[in-house]
Design a protein around this ligand. Structure first.
Ligand code: AGP
Length: 372
């Protein structure tokens, strides 16, 4: 299963950079497995669970895997109209939540060994849920204990900061959403074919985003690396991505970073904003852009310096006012997480490089957290 992705750095100075650059290939591999029949339909081992009758999906995971789950929740609710609860695995079982009859629990884990995620899985099984696992290591404990294991196909991920496993989880979740939506009747056959066309554009979109690396590296070194604090904001699908941007940054650069839903800023976090705290705005020109635009202007009115991650249309509208603007590829709104994920990974990586931290082995962190 490790396939073409070897656990060696090759010409790259760090595993993290190598793994970031592997993402177009990983996405192509994920697509190959999800569209293996080649007949315009999504193939998925979880199809037998009868999704038309599932009352609710519970997703439990930790860290970056949990943030992939948050993106998945939005896709599943919007596209498949499936109610989804997202749970931080370390909190889930201690709350002793009731789980619905006929419900399904999905755990997401790169390693398949995270203690809290495994415990969440066992809790769900005891509560009579059918279980699914989205796991990168196929021989792991979680992959063995779930009813149905779905592989993420990312190959070995060595850098402590998760990158290619995250985008692979996202792509699997979107493929899964299409399958569930077909069964629930919110997409028809023609829609499914169109979705597969959209999914097929993801490797190219990621490759186009990687082409923005020099601009992202310059902003990271010049604007973000000298800061002690940073704020990431986004709305809709970009909210979990803002959380992921802040997580990546703090993990490998040790800059204090917070991610916020942009509309929540005025309820407290905007008090932190001044000219010394860069605000990274994940701002594709989607249906929420107008709302985000006014949030960004509120930040700028308080001397906030906004680093805008946007597309050509967003740059035309807000680029002049922003402190720095990085123009990313245009794509349809549901695919934006792939573009922004790669941008925030590169931003964190180049910031860490400028600060001289130990990128692949950041302090205090382990790749796989097998203790509570
Ligand atoms: C991400 O960059 C992290 N190092 C961390 O949040 C990780 O995603 C989390 O510990 C979950 O790990 P898992 O996917 O192996 O379960």
């Amino acid at each position: 299963e490790a396939g073409d992705f070897l656990a060696e750095k090759g010409p790259y100075p760090h595993f993290m950079l190598k793994e970031i650059h592997e993402q177009p290939g990983v996405a192509a591999r994920v697509l190959g497995s999800w569209t293996a029949r080649g007949d315009g339909t999504v193939t998925c081992d979880a199809a037998g669970l009868g999704w038309a009758r599932v009352p609710r999906l519970t997703i439990a995971a930790c860290g970056t895997a949990c943030l992939a789950g948050q993106v998945g929740k939005i896709w599943l609710e919007r596209i498949a109209r499936l109610p989804v609860e997202i749970e931080i695995a370390s909190e889930f079982r201690y709350r002793e939540p009731p789980l619905p009859e006929g419900g399904v629990t999905l755990v997401i884990s790169q390693s398949g060994e995270t203690a809290d995620t495994l415990a969440a899985l066992r809790y769900a099984k005891e509560a009579g849920q059918r279980t699914l696992g989205l796991v990168n290591v196929p021989t792991s404990t979680i992959a063995r204990e779930v009813d149905v294991a779905l592989a993420t196909h990312a190959g070995p991920e060595i850098g402590v900061a998760s990158t290619k496993a995250f985008t692979a989880q996202l792509l699997c979740l979107l493929g899964f959403t299409v399958m569930v939506a077909r069964q629930r009747g919110t997409l028809d056959e023609a829609d499914e074919r169109r979705w597969i066309g959209a999914l097929s554009s993801v490797p190219r979109l990621i490759a186009e985003t990687l082409a923005a690396e020099p601009a992202i590296a310059a902003a990271a070194a010049g604007a973000l690396a000298p800061a002690s604090d940073a704020i990431f904001v986004g709305r809709g699908l970009m909210y979990p991505l803002a959380l992921e941007g802040a997580l990546k940054l703090k993990e490998i650069t040790y800059i204090h970073a917070e991610g916020h839903a942009a509309g929540e800023l005025k309820h407290g976090p905007i008090a932190l904003v001044d000219a010394t705290v860069p605000v990274v705005a994940l701002a594709p020109s989607d249906g929420l852009f107008d709302k985000l635009d006014s949030n960004i202007r509120e930040i700028m009115a308080r001397d906030g310096r906004v680093l805008l991650l946007t597309d050509a249309a967003g740059a035309a509208r807000l680029g002049e006012a922003a402190w720095r603007t990085i123009v990313l590829p245009d794509c349809e709104p549901f695919l934006q997480p792939f573009v922004q994920a790669v941008a925030i990974q590169l931003l964190a990586y180049h910031c860490a490089l400028a600060r001289g931290t130990d990128i692949d082995q950041p302090r205090n962190l382990a790749k796989s957290v097998t203790v509570e």
